[in-house]
Design a protein around this ligand. Structure first.
Ligand SMILES: Nc1ncnc2c1ncn2[C@@H]1O[C@H](COP(=O)(O)OP(=O)(O)O)[C@@H](O)[C@H]1O
Ligand SMILES: [Mg+2]
Length: 335
């Protein structure tokens, strides 16, 4: 079956000032299958949000999609704009942001937020009068476990967790086939984080939309997702089934992230950060971007950027792992 979303050679550049360029997302090839729940992790500044914005065509200046194709349900959305893009978005894809940054208008009730979306993008020919909006709004709030009374409230009258639930229900209002969640629980306290994540997982199971969950919290992502993408310096460096992540060897960057994550099942817990910092994305550096921080670096890797190649049940961008994979598959001679 064709993937729901298929990205090829996607590049995003930020041009904050004349002559300055930051290559934030580089040469991303990515397929998201219908109904898949995929996680995207990496340290802050690795390009996760930028990629999420690019895939849902939400990039705003100074960011610019500088190349690539993004096929959504068979239509290339990379070049669409105006009414054609709105038509795709209607019934297509939605983005949910960290609660603090969600675009809830402080001077308008929750009901008017639903009214705006349904009237602007809802099914054509449907009369979104007050009663119809109220009914659909209450139905959508129920999906995220909120009472219909919330419709009458203003954003500041709600807790952070409730505001995030409202944001999710607004994203659901057009029955999207893909939802990108960018750090949906990061601004919430731990107990609330857990409850909101449970709701997201339940919704995904029952509604069957494809989900891309962006988070710097590997624990949350490993628990929720079927598949894990790891991003470093604007590139995807690993793509594996989530259930494989706690066993065997992975990209040295993924291993470093896993070492910082406390597996609740582990006997010993190592919570050291990863020494060093991600590279400056405004510089065009040759070789593997992780080489300066890599404990397994070899001279060759400093000069040659590794492509994503098959590794275990997924993909990895690492010369060392690619060689190990090839060696493990070699048929011993003289047998
Ligand atoms: N508004 C901006 N102006 C200029 N550069 C930006 C801006 N936002 C992000 N960047 C650049 O893009 C990189 C990736 O950012 P982002 O996608 O937000 O990373 P993440 O979500 O992984 O933390 C950053 O390291 C930064 O260099
Ligand atoms: Mg981000």
């Amino acid at each position: 079956m064709a993937p729901l979303l298929s990205a090829r050679g996607v590049n995003v550049v930020y041009e904050p000032a004349r002559g300055s360029r930051i290559w934030s997302v580089r040469d991303i090839d990515l397929d998201l299958g219908e109904g898949e729940f995929v996680g995207l992790v990496g340290e802050s500044g690795c390009g996760k949000s930028t990629l999420g914005f690019a895939l849902t065509r939400m990039l705003r200046p100074p960011a610019r999609l500088s190349g690539g194709r993004i096929e959504f349900a068979g239509t290339d959305i990379a070049d669409l704009d105006g009414e054609a893009l709105r038509r795709q978005r209607r019934n297509g894809f939605a983005l949910v942001l960290q609660s603090g940054m969600n675009a809830l208008n402080p001077v308008r009730t929750i009901e008017s937020h639903f009214g705006d979306i349904l009237r602007a993008h809802g099914r054509e020919g449907e009369d979104w009068n007050k009663g119809a909006v109220r009914e659909r709004g209450a139905e959508l709030l129920e999906k995220v476990k909120l009472d219909g009374d919330v419709l009458k409230r203003y954003p500041h009258e709600l807790s952070g967790g409730m505001r995030q639930r409202v944001a999710i229900s607004l994203a659901l209002s057009l029955d999207p086939r893909l939802i990108v969640f960018d750090e949906p629980t990061t601004a919430l306290d731990v107990m609330v984080q857990h409850a909101v994540m449970e709701t997201i997982q339940e919704l995904q199971r029952t509604s069957g939309f494809t989900a891309l969950l962006i988070s710097h919290d590997l624990g949350i992502v490993l628990e929720a997702t079927d598949r894990l993408l790891v991003m470093y310096a604007g590139r995807i460096v690993e793509d594996q089934p989530s259930s494989d992540m706690l066993t065997g060897r992975h990209h040295p960057y993924t291993e470093a992230l896993l070492n910082c994550y406390a597996d609740p099942r582990a006997d010993e817990v190592n919570l050291g950060g990863i020494p060093g910092a991600p590279p400056d994305l405004s510089l065009d550096q040759p070789g593997c971007a992780f080489a300066p921080r890599c404990t397994e670096v070899e001279e060759f890797n400093r000069h040659h950027e590794p492509p994503l190649t098959p590794y275990r049940r997924g993909l990895v961008a690492c010369h060392v792992r690619a060689r190990q994979e090839a060696e493990s598959k070699e048929v011993p001679s003289g047998v």
